[in-house]
Design a protein around this ligand. Sequence first.
Ligand code: SF4
Length: 73
Amino acid sequence: MLDEKEASALALGYVEDAARADKVKLPNFVAGSDCSNCGNYLGQSGDPAGGCKIFPGKRVNAKGWCTAWLKKA
Ligand code: SF4
């Protein structure tokens, strides 16, 4: 699992729970967004965690979030 304290995670403001994303520091936060509905997420719907194109070799929490979030096509 990706650790919030890893340098790569810190660089992109990754949090394991999107509810903890700092909405003041992160004005691009889209209400309701999290890893499970991110275009970079590689997990299956319903999985508690899955891979992410931005963090190769790591799993991210389905309820997580980072500044690389983009709307799933
Ligand atoms: Fe989650 Fe998307 Fe960020 Fe990956 S890029 S950690 S799936 S919000």
